[in-house]
Design a protein around this ligand. Sequence first.
Ligand SMILES: [Mn+2]
Length: 256
Amino acid sequence: MEWKDLLRKAEEVFEKEPRLIRLPSKGKVVFVGDTHGDLEAGEKVIQRYLKKPNHIVFLGDYVDRGNYSEENIQYLVRCKLEHPEEVFLLAGNHEGFMVKEFSPANFWESLAIEEKEEYGRLFSKFPIAAATQNGILALHGALPDLKTLEDMNRVELGDEHWDRVAWGDFVESGTDYAGDLWGRPQFGREYFNRLMARYQKNILVRSHQPGAPLIMFNKRCITIFTSNVYLPIRTIAIADLEKDISDAEGVVLEKI
Ligand SMILES: [Mn+2]
């Protein structure tokens, strides 16, 4: 399939998905952090874990940094088309280049205008979060400050909530909002606790911040990175959807 047909076909599938994915309580869920042009990362996860009734949730940032951005996103989009109910691709900040530019952006900068628009339109339809019925919330960066979790479905590409989800960092301070660092809003423990209580979730699985501690906030915040671009070790998080999960100890962190 030509790239444009692939993207157009995928758009139809993503258009039907809500911004907030609700996972069923069956089997296991595998969370994959930023892959950033590391095609082999996604291939390994799909080969090892894509079997019923498992679900695989990619946490965004498929392009830029690594050498195989286009191959990586096209591979993952094909997996989505083949397994729409098992594979989920959330949006990261690198999928939002059309609304908030950044540099360096080797993938985006390599594209012709038409390609940019096609990829931009496809990515604008990606979901932004996934929730399980046993206490897990997953997204790319930080939590948005919404009235209810369901309001995730009303977040628009490029709005203030999207900005927190796609660009937000967590820092190990007690504060609420901890300022802005190069366009990345920073949030502390108070903010985390307040919103996790509001959304009634026990743990957050996220990516985006390769320098963040793997586990933060009383073992309730897990940050994984699954690209070999910055770190030689790729980490994924696996959770059993049929058991209650109260903190990071209920999640298996695996190196691939
Ligand atoms: Mn990111």
